[in-house]
Design a protein around this ligand. Structure first.
Ligand code: ADP
Ligand code: MG
Length: 706
């Protein structure tokens, strides 16, 4: 046997080895070019063509040294996935040889034929051209023999057709407003504020062969039928449990692939449900974090395949046990290295913290519907409010200590007796709050966790771009309102005006603060009394997206034009409608063809069994066979009836001309039919031996990992 003598690379050697990162640029680019690129990254300025040409050449040489033969503009269209089209570096010469070429123009801009991406009517099909534009703030990398260049994607007429463009715009808006306010608060050094994100990714790993034998998992990502296994997650023995050796090998492989791509994967553990796991990276600048999360999901699936697993990223792959989410940890960081949501060690800095904290509270309450909407998908609707994930009602947890501080501002009283609450620039308004004094709340959709907020509603399969676009923009707006309140005030009056504004904001928005258990029915009732929205499904949410208030917000800050908002409305609804349509067809096929075949075969077996028994033993009662047959026969009748209703309702929902109405029909009729059909099928499944079922059961799937 050949011995592998190659020494395994250490993590620092491996990390970022396939990334055209800052270190590589510094090493390979002439000093002035390196500086020019940096300026572009930091200030978002235009890159001159000669600079782009030099960068392209350096990139190409580096990529070829690392085995790349192609390059691709990598973008994030509205499908929620990533897209890529590969072009070779090669360029034939007259003498029959080839040289390898890559120009600045090819680096900076691409022109993919983009007519088949969702555009919500923005790009008429006769104008098929779309543009991709290099995002130099997210580093290029090599994967599968291609140089990947992160890009934004827009139409010929300049409208955003992707998730990255508005994300970058929202980061810019937040930075602009935050810098303006910080200047007014006396901070002269800050020129930029970036939003930071760490997204914890949950996923299921199941056996690949079992996965392939289920049409529902293959076509829709979730199981549409299936009786619960006798054991679920009730023993609470999986969360943080010992990693099984094969699963551990998978995780290790996954981490190595991610590290090479410069994705800072840091934490891994078993999650609550059997076969469920989590990976968390170290936080990064928002657009890079979003790119890296997309890459993480892709690599998770690819590595799973190699290990004979299927990686499920759906929000609710199995009924009756927890679904998967993607916690979005979010904060704001100045270019001078200050986390604006860090309460800090020095009380003198706490005014700034309070100002930004109250801005976030205002934003989340004022635009709760848009935040809810930013994570609304057919898949996530099964998760939110289902007693495992946060409810569909948005509330915020800030911990008792901060709640007391906020109350003292609102009531104009002093906080505790050891410190006087006296608002003002640089005045000591907060005692030193160490990170650990804020207790943990696991049931809040939007929780303060020491120096950042954790938004827990995003589903596991979606891009977190949308959630952060809404969050950044809403916070930018709240900050703008604070700035407005103090902008025209005479110097001596600023303290008073600021305090008054913060107080007013707290009074208006404190209803969103809730420190209790968000999973209880009492809270849902209390939330209704407070006037908080409870938007349960995609069709419930969508009208808010095109409301005047939403259009005002996004156009004011230059995030979306009215046309872009409408196009996204159509795309989201279409996606919802198509998803449930496919689920309905898949379920009909599985029940009609596969399940019924199993049912009939078992019924036949039972009756011939009874017949044989009576041959040998005339007068045998055959109670077991007869009772089971009777139950199954009754179920068969019900199944046919319910299938019929599902088929009719699906056709009716599909026929509706109005998208929102169609979506509502899919939600209220088709999904309800599917649930009713499932209930009967699952009851019958419990009586049918495994060998008669044409697909693997929950028990087999969930407890198959070694
Ligand atoms: P949890 O207890 O929720 O698992 P962790 O402390 O493990 O929380 O952190 C969760 C995530 O929050 C990590 O991805 C981490 O990098 C991220 N995070 C930490 N600080 C910030 C910050 N300032 N901005 C954004 N994300 C952050
Ligand atoms: Mg968390």
């Amino acid at each position: 046997m050949m011995m592998n003598l190659e020494k395994k690379k250490s993590v620092p050697e491996m990390y970022g080895s396939l990334v055209f990162n800052d270190a590589v640029m510094r090493e390979r680019l002439p000093k002035d070019i390196y500086k020019a690129v940096h300026k572009t990254i930091e200030n978002g300025t235009h890159l001159e063509l000669d600079v782009a040409n030099t960068v392209a050449t350096a990139m190409k040489e580096w990529a070829i040294e690392h085995g790349a033969t192609h390059f691709t503009h990598w973008f994030q269209p509205m499908t929620g996935l990533t897209a890529e089209k590969h072009d070779g570096f090669l360029s034939p010469e007259p003498d029959g040889s080839v040289i390898m070429e890559f120009s600045g123009k090819e680096l900076v801009r691409g022109e993919p034929d983009a007519s088949s991406f969702p555009s919500g009517g923005l790009r008429a099909t006769f104008e098929a051209r779309g543009y991709t534009a290099w995002d130099p703030s997210s580093p290029a990398f090599i994967k599968d023999g291609s140089l990947y260049i992160p890009t934004a994607f827009c139409s010929y007429t300049g409208e955003a057709l992707d998730k990255k463009t508005p994300l970058l715009r929202s980061m810019e808006a937040l930075s602009r407003e935050a810098v303006r306010l910080l200047r007014m608060l006396g901070d002269e050094d800050v020129i930029r504020v970036t939003t930071t994100i760490g997204s914890e990714q949950e996923y299921f790993l199941i056996d690949k062969d079992l996965y392939r034998r289920r049409k529902d998992l293959l076509f829709t990502g979730r199981t549409l039928i299936g009786a619960p296994a006798s054991k679920g997650q009730e023993m609470e023995d999986h969360y943080f449990g010992v990693l099984k050796p094969k699963v551990s090998a998978y995780m290790h492989d996954l981490e190595e692939e991610l590290w090479k791509l410069g994705v800072p994967a840091k934490t891994k553990h078993n999650e609550v449900a059997p076969s469920q796991h989590e990976l968390a990276p170290v936080f990064e600048t928002a657009n890079v974090a979003v790119d890296h999360n997309q890459l993480t999901m892709e690599v998770m699936k690819k590595v799973a395949d190699r290990h004979n697993y299927a990686c499920l990223l759906h929000e609710k792959p199995f009924e009756g046990i927890n679904g998967s989410g993607k916690h979005n940890n979010w904060s704001m960081m100045t270019n001078t290295g200050i986390n604006l949501l860090d309460p800090g060690k020095h009380p003198a800095q706490n005014t700034r913290f309070l100002v930004f904290l109250i801005a976030v509270i205002t934003a989340v309450d004022e635009y709760a519907d848009l935040l809810r909407l930013s994570v609304a998908t057919a898949g996530n609707d099964h998760r939110l409010g289902a007693n495992e994930a946060p409810p569909a009602v948005i509330s915020m947890f800030v911990g008792e200590e901060l709640a007391d501080v906020l109350e003292s501002i609102e009531k104009n009283t002093s906080y505790e007796d050891h410190i006087k609450v006296k608002m003002g620039m640089g005045a000591p308004v907060l005692p030193h709050i160490t990170k650990d004094t804020t207790d943990r709340n696991r049931t809040s959709p939007f929780a303060f966790t020491g120096n950042k907020f954790e938004f827990r509603m995003p589903g596991s399969s979606i891009s977190v771009a949308n959630a952060n676009i809404v969050l950044n923009t809403a916070v930018a707006e709240a900050i703008r309102q604070i700035s407005e309140a103090i902008s025209d005030v005479p110097a001596g009056e600023v303290d008073r005006a600021l305090h008054a504004k913060l107080r007013e904001m707290l009074i208006d928005h404190k209803r969103v603060l809730f420190n209790g258990n968000g999973y209880t029915d009492e809270w849902i009732e209390e939330a209704a009394r407070r006037g908080l929205d409870n938007l349960k499904s995609v069709p419930d949410c969508m009208p808010r997206w095109i409301s005047d208030k939403s259009i005002d917000l996004f156009t004011r800050h230059g995030i979306f034009t009215k046309e872009e908002i409408w196009s996204r409305y159509e795309i989201l609804l279409e996606n919802y409608v198509k998803t449930i349509h496919i689920e309905s067809l898949t379920m009909q096929e599985m029940v009609r063809k596969d399940f019924i075949a199993g049912l009939v075969a078992y019924m036949k077996e039972l009756s011939s069994e009874a017949g044989e028994k009576r041959n040998i033993l005339p007068g045998a009662k055959c109670a077991l066979e007869q009772t089971t047959l009777g139950t199954l026969d009754e179920a068969a009748g019900e199944i046919l009836e319910k299938l019929d209703k599902l088929e009719k309702d699906t056709a009716q929902a599909e026929a509706s001309e109005d998208l929102l109405e169609s979506a509502s029909l899919y939600q209220s009729c088709v999904l309800a039919d599917m649930e009713a059909l499932r209930a009967v099928v699952d009851e019958a499944e419990k009586l049918i031996p495994d060998e008669f079922l044409p697909y693997p059961t929950y028990g087999k799937i969930l407890f198959s990992l070694r």
